[in-house]
Design a protein around this ligand. Sequence first.
Ligand code: AHR
Length: 516
Amino acid sequence: MRIKLFLLLVVMTALMSSAFSQSEATLTLQTDSIKQTISKNIYGMFSEHLGRDIYDGFWVGRNSSIPNKDGIRLDIVKALKAINVPLMRWPGGCFADQYHWMDGIGPKDKRPQTVNSTWGGVTENNNFGTHEFMELCDLIGCQAYVAGNVGSGTVKEMSQWVEYLNSPLKGSITQLRKENGRDKPWHVPFWGVGNESWGCGGNMTPEEYVDFYRRYATFCHDYPGAHLNKIASGPNGDDTHWMDVLMKNIPHDLMWGVSVHYYTIPTGNWAHKGSATKFAEDEYFGTLKRALEMSKVIEDEEAVMDKYDPEKKVAMGVDEWGVWTDVEPGTNPAFLYQQNSLRDALAAASTLNIFNNHSDRVRMGNLAQTVNVLQSLVLTKGPKMLLTPTYYVFDMYKVHQDAKLIPVELSSPDYVSGSEHLPAVNASASKDSTGAIHVSLVNIDPSKTITIRTSFKGTKWNTVNGNILTSENFNDYNSFENPVKIKVAIFSNVRKENDELLVSLPPKSLVVLELK
Ligand code: AHR
């Protein structure tokens, strides 16, 4: 009897202490070890000639009744400008390696009708080409990142595209640009040399790709006033062999960076990825688990890069990432149109925390994709436009752009699902040029509020305010019927206790705090 009572007490004590520890996290902000800058380019976007991203997305044409500037939809421009989109990658994706840029310049009625064989075999009327893309970037106020065609193009074609966009020198290519209405070069800073050359970009071996890269990179060069940051087509996820061959064989002065692509598939099964809005907790957990694996992908690839480039001169650009679900029922499977829930916002916020915390190597990121495709910021239906929960993440996190990273030390309780567990909380922090500190916190646990006690090494602060993004259910989303179901709200469950910060972070929420 005594033994039984003793065992019961032991079990109860264990349960009580685990219940207690499960709701508390501690965070230390190393404000005394601020070094690197979080590049604003981590907050970049990706837009491809795919489904309704460009056509019936950004591009509605001049004759549309939807307000536009030279055919470019202005409500989308306004929304992207408001979140300081710093960079836009275009025209693909897989489409980049089938795109011939000369099809998309000159009078629209003379442009050829081609077939987008990558994405559904639809007719590509080439109405949106180089000039339209550059105008879009100008309107948004972002930099351009152009992906060149290595798979089905030539060195000459890509080098002439660079000349067309960047050269101030006299020649027939720049003359052509002038005849098409643009006198001055645009100075496009970022150039991708192919896309997924291990797959849709040519099914190459890394050794073959290296040979291509060296030739392309040699002939795509700087022009006066226009330095080219060339980006090699990097690995699929944590294929470290691909990275190893590139880092070993491409002279580092020939490349600004190497790309990495990593998508979060909710079920982990490409054949049945899972619905964007109808899922239970096991799939919610699986999605967050796979999104958090981004940190392993980055660390594995970074270890290879460090071996050849310990000074971290070559950047890693995660130029395609995001949650990829099944398409919305009844839509063209080749158009990759999906809804976007609170779960996806939590995945995006966690990913951006990972990027911030690895910003010594990760100096570019491009969410796939911006409008009506995959994990979009914006969805459109005729004249209607809505902002997804992921849009609000980029809005809340814009404070980290070009701010100084504050390294964080975090001890988090677990979010347990069945026999699996994940850290419930993730975080990143930065200090901006005015001295304000921003802390972004994510609680992926769908049912537990977590108290976070934060201490600061080497800094004092007086005031705190913040914003929160959450909703009743993790699969809630903004629809055309209810476009503001999920939106940013003021967060006040936070207080100062001596020099510490106490935050009560609700289940399935993300919060960004500003301390001054
Ligand atoms: O973003 C959709 C596709 O995913 C891109 O075209 C390709 O690069 C990747 O496989």
